[in-house]
Design a protein around this ligand. Structure first.
Ligand SMILES: [Zn+2]
Length: 172
């Protein structure tokens, strides 16, 4: 296998699905960090046939592992210190993610208003489904609003019925 120089401190992201390394590079915003990055595409893998590997030489606190877990939690994260693997991090699906994906609903507040955070909440862990947060909270307040209207409607009905009864008493 092609060998790209050892790193002193940082991460080796292994078992990335072949062809996915560039999108991970973008999502982790590695272009904005001042660090050395090696992208290895289509490395041979016993388990996967082909895989991508990313080697990132940086401070180990610099990387947003939540974003990585959201993209693919099967990626192996090797933490490197002093040129040695000191830890293998288990990636778990984050409970919520911010500004990684955008809501596709054109009527969503985050689509209409500029500058709002795009927050998605893990709603089904088994199926790995995330839902847009403002949308769910809006739906909740709409439901609460509906209940309030029904309540008001009943009071008005009661009021009308009472007037109706009073009028009858008056005439007969
Ligand atoms: Zn939305």
């Amino acid at each position: 296998m092609l060998n790209v120089g050892k790193i002193e401190e940082g991460f080796v992201l292994d078992h990335i699905k072949a062809g996915k390394s560039l999108s991970i590079y973008e999502h982790l915003q590695l272009d904005k960090l001042d660090c050395t990055v090696a992208i290895i595409k289509n490395a041979r893998s016993g388990k996967m046939g082909k895989k991508d590997i990313l080697k990132v030489e940086c401070d180990i606190d610099m990387l947003d592992l939540d974003v990585l877990a959201f993209i693919d939690h099967n990626i192996t994260v090797n933490v490197i210190k002093n040129g040695e693997i000191v830890e293998k991090k288990e990636l778990v699906l984050p409970k919520q993610i911010k500004n990684v994906i955008k809501c596709r609903n054109p009527r969503c507040i985050t689509s209409i208003e500029q500058g709002l955070p795009h927050v998605f909440v893990l709603s089904d862990e088994k199926k790995e489904i995330y839902r847009c947060k403002p949308y769910t909270t809006n739906a909740l307040s709409a439901a609460a609003g509906g209940a309030y209207l029904q309540y008001l409607f009943r009071i008005i009905l009661c009021f009308l019925f009472t007037i109706f009864l009073l009028l009858h008493i008056h005439y007969f």
